[in-house]
Design a protein around this ligand. Structure first.
Ligand SMILES: *Cc1c(COP(=O)(O)O)cnc(C)c1O
Length: 352
């Protein structure tokens, strides 16, 4: 820390992204990226990107119009963002403060507490049940702004829409953000509820199901008033938050929905296969509706398995700092060949 770093951040513990080591070639199953290339049809249209000497469109017109068409909502109910992480930050900046603290599960996406701390917003971490589920009673009428990842990370467990509606109804004076980064792999989306609840924001991303993580493109759906407030924050931080390449190619990706859907089905198939194989080896695996699985074995410490897999050239995500889940590893689902290679490495390690 330099002597110039503001004291208001002295306690801040920054988010640690999944490792991207360059020392050797790894089978990367640690950051939930798609194993499939970005839509080749979309990539062929790259010459049509708005000339890069011009600023990107601050209204994000083309992508919002296309999203409106695909998701059946109005363009005024959409905000485009530089990855959905940006929307999480905008939401906390716009709606949370000392009087409107945050609540989210104790086991969830690690960025929520970081954004809360960055913005000096108090937060409560509500414990998941013993089997890592959300008990909706814990969220009834708590009078806090709530963030829920659905499916949750890193457990992959999905929450039914009826439970989300209960949370929305019993906290009418608070903003509820549903983070649907993984919704395309098997959970029910809450986007359709934005017309029914004026306190709902749904965050989605192109990073996982649409093979576009490096382009940083995400979107939020909510009623006009909430979108307006989010835009006040967006125009006060970075009006050109979405670059022209990502905006144009993202729109072209939405013209190729069959490709996205086929890739999601393939991931789901590979997930079910991998879960079944691991369970046969005695692993405990949560029921995942995402493009990753969350597993432990009674036969080896979770951190040790992570290290041995790394020695074998397989990267998975291990959460060393979180005591409740330190026996687990989170494994991204890749192609069938990648999962066979992963399973072969596990069999070798467990057989030793
Ligand atoms: C990956 C992920 C995001 C972030 O997605 P970006 O759009 O790449 O910023 C948000 N929430 C959860 C739960 C995620 O796992």
């Amino acid at each position: 820390m330099s002597r110039f770093f503001s004291g208001k951040y002295s306690e801040l513990e920054a988010y640690t992204p999944g490792e991207q080591p360059q020392d050797r070639k790894y089978l990367k199953l640690n950051t939930n990226e798609s194993p499939f290339p970005t839509s080749p049809k979309a990539m062929k249209t790259v010459e049509n990107v708005r000339p890069l000497q011009l600023y990107s469109d601050p209204q994000c017109g083309i992508i919002r119009d296309k999203l409106a068409e695909v998701y059946g909502v109005d363009r005024d109910e959409i905000i485009a963002v530089n990855g959905s992480d940006e929307l999480l930050n905008f939401t906390i900046m716009a709606f949370a403060d000392e009087e409107h603290p945050l609540a989210f599960p104790d086991i969830t996406y690690g960025f929520y507490p970081v954004f809360a701390a960055l913005n000096h917003v108090p937060f409560e971490e509500i414990p998941l049940t013993e089997d890592f589920k959300i008990n909706v009673d814990d969220y009834k009428g708590i009078n806090k702004n709530i963030i829920i990842a659905n499916p949750n990370a890193p457990t992959g467990i999905a929450l039914p829409l009826s439970d989300i509606e209960t949370i929305l109804k019993t906290n009418p004076d608070n903003v509820i953000l549903i983070d649907e980064a993984y919704v395309d792999f098997g959970a029910e989306s809450a986007v359709g509820l934005i017309h029914k609840y004026d306190n709902l924001i749904v965050a989605q991303t192109f990073s996982k199901s649409r093979s576009f993580a490096g382009a940083r493109l995400g979107m939020g759906f909510a009623c006009r008033e909430l979108i307006n407030d989010l835009n006040t924050i967006r125009f006060s931080t970075n009006p050109y938050n979405v670059n022209s390449c990502s905006m144009y190619l993202g729109t072209a990706i939405l013209d190729d929905e069959e490709y996205t859907k086929a890739n999601c089905l393939e991931i789901i198939k590979n997930r079910e296969y991998t879960v079944q194989q691991l369970r046969e080896m005695g692993f405990e695996v949560t029921d995942s509706s995402a493009n990753f699985i969350f597993a432990r074995t009674p036969d080896m410490d979770g951190g040790e398995l992570y290290r041995k897999l790394k020695d074998e050239g397989v990267l998975v995500r291990h959460f060393f700092k979180k005591e409740r889940i330190c026996q687990y590893n989170r494994i991204s689902i890749g192609t069938r060949e990648q999962m066979e290679a992963f399973l072969a490495a596990v069999r070798k390690i467990m057989g030793e």
